[in-house]
Design a protein around this ligand. Structure first.
Ligand code: ZN
Length: 154
């Protein structure tokens, strides 16, 4: 069958940035399985998969607007160094996880550090990037009623 809304789709993929660096890959893992049409994967990849079928192999280039969005400068913030008490060796490029107190964990990248302040970036690490996907469609099937009720693939 062809991929349509409410198909359960399994893909293998390799994600490369504009510099040719492999950013993410399903090669070492199980295929990515998702419920098509529900926005559970980035919109550019979802629309590129629409109408494909098992065994299809393709490449697609996705702009930030259909990927992880543009970099939002309001999401780059300077906070007092004291907020990071207990964290040694703070340095630019360091990934951190921050709990916002509502049970949401945010992935944060340290951009700058000095004695008083730390600049952190809470943009998605792939925000602002053009994404190049190599995709293989492994399987396509209809969703089970339970999967539709839950809004995700099992
Ligand atoms: Zn479920």
């Amino acid at each position: 069958m062809n991929i349509e809304k409410n198909s359960v789709v399994a893909i293998r993929y390799k994600l490369t940035d504009d510099e040719g660096t492999v950013v993410d890959s399903s090669e070492e893992q199980k295929p990515l399985t998702y419920l098509h049409g529900g926005g559970s994967i980035i919109s550019g990849l979802e629309s590129a998969l629409d109408g494909r079928t098992t065994g299809d192999v393709f490449q697609v280039t996705i702009q930030p607007a259909e990927g992880y969005g543009d970099i939002n400068s309001e999401m780059i913030q300077t906070v007092p160094r004291s907020a990071f008490e207990g964290i040694e060796n703070l340095e630019p490029g360091m990934p951190l996880q921050a709990d916002d107190g509502n049970g949401n964990v945010h992935h944060v990248i340290v951009r700058e550090v000095n004695d008083q302040e730390v600049t952190i970036d809470v943009n998605h690490p792939l925000a602002g990037k053009v994404l190049h996907f190599d995709v293989t469609v492994e399987s396509v099937r209809e969703a089970a009623p339970e999967e539709l009720a839950h809004g995700h693939a099992h």
